[in-house]
Design a binder for this molecule. Sequence first.
Ligand code: ZN
Length: 325
Amino acid sequence: MEYQNRLQGRDPLMGLPSGFRSYVKQRKDMESARLSGNGLPNYAFAMDYELRKKLDSIPQLYSLGKKICGTVASRYMQMYNREALLVGPDQFPEVYQIGCDCAKRLGIGIPNIYIINDQTLNAYTYAMDDVEPIIVVHSGLYERFTLGELRCVIGHECGHIHNQHGVYNMLAQLLLVGGLAAAGGALSAQILQLLTMSSQVALSAWSRAAEVTCDRAGMICCEQEEDAYQVNAKLMYGAALGEHTVNLEALRRQLEMQMGNMARLDELLASHPSSVRRIVAEMEFAECEVFYRWRPELKKPGQVMRSRQETDERCRRFVDVMKKG
Ligand SMILES: [Zn+2]
């Protein structure tokens, strides 16, 4: 599967008035400066692309996934329309505004955002090639997160759309994420039986890498990178006891303990890296020059700055559960 711009080879600016033409050209130049050689955004984690290519080479996985997800997505979208609240300029306008801001920053269309009555701290995206993407935010997350943290969450979800994670992301959620797999019921169980164990491991490994990409999108959309760390910390401690400042050095020590233990292999079939791994990977991105190409105003005096390649190598060590560290 190619992730290159499908419009390549045509001149989409033909026939437009010259002022608008130069505006569109400027936007296109800006967008292409933010794409890497493989057609994906320049902030995408290298393992996301590498492991996605592996998934593409598994016979039938994409076509089967597309059929299943198409059916499930239309059913779920009707369910959300019936049972969840669609935000808009006159419905939870602060959440709608965050969706607009994130979409504008990443250069994607404004997504439909639903809030659903569920106390678990979660948010997810349904995005297929031919269906308008939707983002679902659980009420528990909406209640316990600050607006700054919610911005990171919605930015993360917009990242799934921006990086064309579509079918594989939905498949991973349906099969691997507890609550959603349960909601998918018998269908999820049947699909799982169709996949070999090695395909499940490959899908999980890609999904974890894709989450790192989207945490970076969340940071690109955030007001301050500390909000992104706090989001993942709240996923650990639940945020029920109010605001706490996360001790980042203590978290690094916690990760070293995790990586040195064979129990890390329990994560082989996890759809998301553990929150500690995610926070440390985010801290690496806060020292990456790509982050400051998107957000130059967040640069601090004496800022450590590494190339994306070096950042990705360092993140690989934290994210790959097969590695002892
Ligand atoms: Zn995600």
